[in-house]
Design a protein. Structure first.
Length: 294
């Protein structure tokens, strides 16, 4: 072994062997690797052509503190990156190219998992499925939020919870929900009961009621009401919204009212005119109203 010069001490090894010119490394008489002209490797297995560093179990790389190495590569080629301070990983991408590309093995694999060091079991996972992408929080009753700077602008969570922040009114509930309830029309009919089903659909504080099949019967009274609204449909403030209704076998204009916190719906004809005590009265098929429950 010779050095090329005192100022440029590059070691030169000469010799021949089964692997060409090389330097071998042994421990307790067992060769663990070598560097040579055709094979360069440390570890239990030898590679060809490329230079490699292999370990029989784990390999560690560190900068400045060998007691706490920054990178660990285990025997399954899994990489663990541990920072002693500052940002653990910085990726500087080439212009117009991706900084990090993760290819999933299947549709149930997790692409990125972020763990909360202060809350056991609280994980955020980013992954793909056969039909799209998935953002998952594993904590019980967890929510997933989007922020603009320090301000939360969108939140989704358990039970299809969905909130968005408006520019002036703050948090707005856009959680979709639906259901139905049976009602008995009252106000004077020649036959009873006059039953129908109302379907309700809510998005946040906006409520829509629909009588999909409708219900009419011969009137012998001058009013029209039904009860009882389910809790989800009861408004916090008084409601008065226009709608169409059946009176004297004709669809006429009118309006529906609900008292603040009330569960009874009252119908009125335009101008406060009483219903006719004859002919068909009730709700036509497709009768629909929309109001705020706030």
């Amino acid at each position: 072994m010779t050095a090329t010069s005192a100022t440029d001490p590059i070691a030169t090894f000469t010799g021949t062997g089964a692997n060409g010119n090389y330097v071998g490394f042994k421990t307790s008489g067992t060769q663990i690797g070598y560097i040579g002209a055709s094979k360069e490797v440390f570890g239990a297995s030898y590679l060809t052509s490329d230079f490699g560093i292999l370990a029989q179990t784990n390999m560690y790389l560190g900068g400045g503190n060998l007691a706490t190495p920054g990178i660990k590569i285990d025997s399954s080629n899994r990489v663990v990156l541990t920072a002693n301070a500052g940002i653990a990983l910085t990726v500087n991408a080439v212009a117009t190219q991706q900084g990090v590309v993760i290819t999933m093995a299947d549709s149930v694999s997790t692409g990125i998992q972020i763990a909360d060091g202060g809350a056991a079991g609280n994980l955020m996972r980013l992954s793909t499925t056969n039909t799209g992408c998935r953002v998952q929080s594993t904590a019980t009753n967890a929510t997933v939020s989007l922020y603009s700077g320090a301000s939360e602008v969108f939140r989704v969570g358990i039970g299809s919870l969905c909130y968005a922040y408006g520019p002036t009114n703050g948090l707005t509930d856009f959680t979709p929900d639906t259901g139905s309830f049976a009602v008995t029309l009252a106000g004077g009919f020649t036959t009873s009961p006059i039953n129908t089903t109302i379907v309700w659909q809510a998005i946040g504080n906006w409520m829509m009621l629909t009588a999909q099949s409708g219900r009419t019967a011969t009137s012998n009274g001058t009013t029209l009401t039904f009860a009882t609204l389910p809790a989800a449909c009861i408004p916090a403030s008084a409601v008065s919204v226009p709608c169409t209704i059946y009176d004297n076998t004709t669809i006429v204009t009118g309006y529906m009212t609900i008292a603040a916190g009330g569960s009874t719906v009252t119908f009125n004809k335009t101008g406060g005119v009483a219903f006719t005590g004859s002919g068909l009265k009730g709700l036509q098929a497709g009768w629909t109203v929309v109001y705020s429950t706030a």
